[in-house]
Design a protein around this ligand. Structure first.
Ligand code: BES
Ligand code: MN
Ligand code: MN
Length: 463
């Protein structure tokens, strides 16, 4: 590829400044207080696509936040890459734990990012990674090196379940027609250990409500004589794992894909330091399902976790009370072949079945999606692998991730195309957490690597 490195060093400051401007808009999709900001971000992305060289850039309204679509079609006979990303971000809470305000980006050096990292909500997930694609396009267009067609589909509801994207995709199959979907919304092992994400877990997200007496009660007058919904909920949740940390929901593991010893041995070769992992999290030891390593537990095994639990009195001081209701939000990460709707039903049935007399239980499914596995014996994977090899000087390791992008399996179903996950973030970049950041080196490396994917993919596809 002609002068990509020069192009990046000539435009480094501008690339950073443009991303910083985008990060200043608080596009929190979960909180309606930010709705104008989410809409403004969509406009900013549309303008960025036009400036980068798209011939067409449009805002498509949905029942929720809009989808930004852009394209540059140079020859209908050439392959087409469809880039997906999201411009919405997670809520910044707890804001008080940020060292700098979440929507006032600053660049600071860290141990893992000696060249600096941009600290802001969305820096890595996913504005920074999405914007790499915009700048990679700019380079290819400006230097006349775009080898194939490209389409962009950037949504604003990924962090809240992509409900409207599903409808959009099924209504626009022809428009979105492509040969490969390219996404940067995952991570890699380390800056000197490039990897390509080859799996995403599925997800089932539910909310539960346990109701005891019809009103809050004095805990002295009634305590011990009626079911306390918070006590009961805690007990029910605790019973969802056995002493080996297996999930106890009947049928939960029935369809779980068991990897062969060879596949597990291959996985175990990926560099990983348990000691550093524990140190980085300030934990004495890891914890999880018996019989599996840490990397297996967080990628090829299904999980069940409480994401939030509340009820009763949580304000200052003490209040002696037995609450009428207790609640929890629970996520289950799923692996290939587990169907999220089936798992949601199994959960619901089981949770209702284990409720003791004296309380009522309500389970409300939120959202979910299937997992995804990228095959590695394809032209697209080979092209991605060669692109990393070119810019990192090392062959990337295929690695399954524990995270979820539920829409990916739907893309395969609706658009009949595979997805390549070229993520450039690190697990330690604190996505969804306070002090999220994205390495400047990673951002620029992404911009450098992406054009090679286009080049090799087009060449290999033609051959
Ligand atoms: N980009 C993440 C998913 C991700 C991150 C996958 C790192 C692999 C590695 C995405 O924005 C996300 O947060 N997804 C949610 C699911 C969604 C339905 C809210 C998740 O995984 O919790
Ligand atoms: Mn994301
Ligand atoms: Mn996310």
């Amino acid at each position: 590829m002609q002068n990509i490195e020069d192009y990046i060093s000539d435009n480094r400051e501008r690339f950073l400044k443009e991303l910083i401007e985008l990060l200043k808009i608080p596009s929190v999709s979960a909180d309606s207080a930010f709705s104008q900001d989410v809409l403004d971000t969509a406009d900013a992305v549309k303008t960025a696509l036009e400036d980068a060289g798209c011939d067409l850039a449009e805002i498509h309204d949905t029942d929720g936040y809009p989808i930004v679509y852009g394209e540059k079609i140079i020859d209908p006979d050439l392959p087409t890459v469809l880039v997906y990303g999201h411009y919405d971000v997670q809520p910044p809470d707890p804001v008080e734990l940020w060292e700098s305000p979440p929507f006032e980006p600053v660049i600071k050096e860290t141990t893992l990012h000696p060249q600096g990292a941009i600290f802001a909500r969305g820096a890595c997930d996913d504005k920074g990674q999405m914007y790499m694609h915009v700048k990679a396009l700019e380079f290819m267009v400006k230097t006349n090196q775009l080898p194939c067609n490209v389409k962009f589909m950037i949504e604003g509801e990924e962090e809240v379940g992509s409900n409207n994207l599903a409808t959009y995709v099924s209504l626009n199959k022809e428009k979105l027609k492509n040969d490969i979907i390219l996404i940067s919304d995952t991570g890699m092992i380390a800056n000197d250990v490039p990897s390509i994400t080859t799996g995403l877990r599925g997800l089932s997200y539910v909310e539960v409500e346990v109701t005891g007496p019809n009103r809050d009660l004095h805990s002295g007058l009634y305590g011990g004589a009626v079911a306390n919904p918070i006590n009961i909920l805690a007990k029910m949740i605790a019973s969802l794992h056995d002493e080996d940390n297996h999930i106890t929901i009947p049928g939960f593991y029935d369809k779980v894909e068991e990897l062969s010893q060879e596949e597990r041995a291959e996985m175990a070769k990926a560099p990983f330091s348990l000691e550093n992992y524990q140190k980085a999290l300030d934990i004495e030891t890891v914890y999880g399902e018996k019989g599996y390593s840490t990397n297996e537990r967080n990628s090829i095994r299904p999980t069940l976790d409480v994401n939030g639990i509340w009820g009763g009195y949580t304000g200052e001081g003490a209040k002696t009370v037995i609450a009428s209701k207790a609640y929890a939000k629970i996520s289950m990460r799923l692996v290939p072949h587990q169907d999220w709707q089936e798992i949601t039903e199994l959960f619901q049935k089981h949770f209702e079945a284990i409720a003791p007399k004296g309380v009522k239980v309500k389970v409300t499914p939120h959202h979910g999606g299937q997992g995804y596995v990228t095959p590695i014996d394809t032209v697209a994977y080979q092209a991605a692998s060669k692109a990393y090899e070119t810019t990192f000087g090392k062959k990337p390791i295929p690695q399954r991730s524990g995270g979820s992008i539920p829409i990916v399996s739907l893309f395969e179903k609706e658009l009949d195309s595979k997805t390549i996950l070229m993520g450039f973030g690190l697990d330690s970049d604190a996505i969804h957490s306070p002090n999220e950041h994205f390495g400047v080196w990673n951002y620029l490396k992404g911009i450098e690597t992406i054009p090679y994917f286009y080049k090799y993919f087009t060449e290999m596809k033609k051959a």
